[in-house]
Design a protein around this ligand. Sequence first.
Ligand code: EPU
Length: 438
Amino acid sequence: MADILTVTGGSPLVGDLEVRGAKNLVSKAMVAALLAEGPCVLRNVPEISDVKVVSGLLELHGVKIDSTDNDGELLLDPTNVEQAHVADIDAHAGSSRVPVLLCGPLLHRLGEAFIPDLGGCRIGERPINYHLDVLRQFGADVQKRPEGLRLTAPHGLHGAKVRLPFPSVGATEQVLLTAVRAQGVTELSNAAVEPEIIDLICVLQKMGAIISVETDRVIKIEGVDRLGGYEHTAIPDRIEAGSWACAALATRGDVYVRGAQQQPMMPFLNVFRKVGGAFTIDDEGIRFWHPGGQLRSLVLETDVHPGFMTDWQQPLVVALTQTSGLSIVHERVYENRLGFTEALGEMGAVIQLYRECLGGSPCRFGRANFRHSAVVSGPTPLRGAEITVPDLRGGFSYLIAALAAEGTSKVHGIDLIYRGYERFSDKLDALGATYDVG
Ligand code: EPU
């Protein structure tokens, strides 16, 4: 498929679509299979390129992966785990950050792990210092080599008392995937408790792990000697569900998102309601629509769960350009996740970026020189433009902007969107969008 979409906007998106398993759980559940002594079955797996990347990575390490006849079901057999070459990992990983999560499982299985330099969306520096600090606390030895990092555990991996400087999703997963087979007890404080992490804990518990999630972001893990396979159905992708909800709002549309669930989306639903969007929830999904009239501006601060997640911020900003008055957006998770707004400016949006913490709550970026707050003035009509997708969620926002804008937009680099949005062009068809590929 060509990497360009030519979108004719200005019409409401109306119709039904379905979201399947969460990208940010599925990739980690696949990595967890490395720890198993038997086959694993993962269900509700979406057809996104990130799943292909992780499959390729695991296959390089000897995991056998097959799709079954059931749509969205993956069989992972880790019986013959083996070491892979760094260059091959690098070639496969592309922009993914998942390789760093292989460290703990590979140290347990093979006694050593190699990882290349990591990518991921360019939404900030995205270092891996928390991951490496955590692994060292478990007893890993980390050596920097020109081709990447080599990790060994000369005295085995031992449970530890770990406190994260920030409730990082990846570092929490690193601790879980390492502690479950480490000797002794691990106490993790300042842990991330995103629904995708709780679902990963469910996977690990099915495999035989002993993990308790306590109050105040504390997670305790008692290491066990062996872990078996699992059968698990991934929780639905709340980021994708929220993204389509924002598309409905920005285009004055009406979209039913089958698979969307209330509980993991509560922070989103509150904001959606405050801004003037309407929704109803049933057992199968959530219907999101623009109820007519004027949308209301608001103050939005992103945060780790149970706050408003950073991944919803970019799609929502497009809808905020259609609200009446000044909205404030304070991005508190990534230092550079507002750069995408520049192209929205070319489409007619009025968005000013600030280095200060606007919105009322100070954050880590307040004294640094990062433009991590935005003031969005609305409502401003959007007009078609030629734009290039900067990152996964920013890319989806551009798509929303193109669909909401009068006239034609050429959106370049849409391949990036396939990393996290399953069959999105089929979904655009189902919602009556007008576009051409190329
Ligand atoms: N951080 C560090 N050092 C580290 C790790 C993180 O400074 O070693 C910082 C990051 O730079 C960032 C903050 O901590 O400022 C939070 O990062 P976190 O570790 O929580 O993010 P992640 O695990 O790399 C996952 C998702 C992201 C999502 C974030 C936050 C996956 C594959 N990625 O990233 O998803 O934004 O958690 O919820 O699970 C996306 O889906 O588009 C996406 C970027």
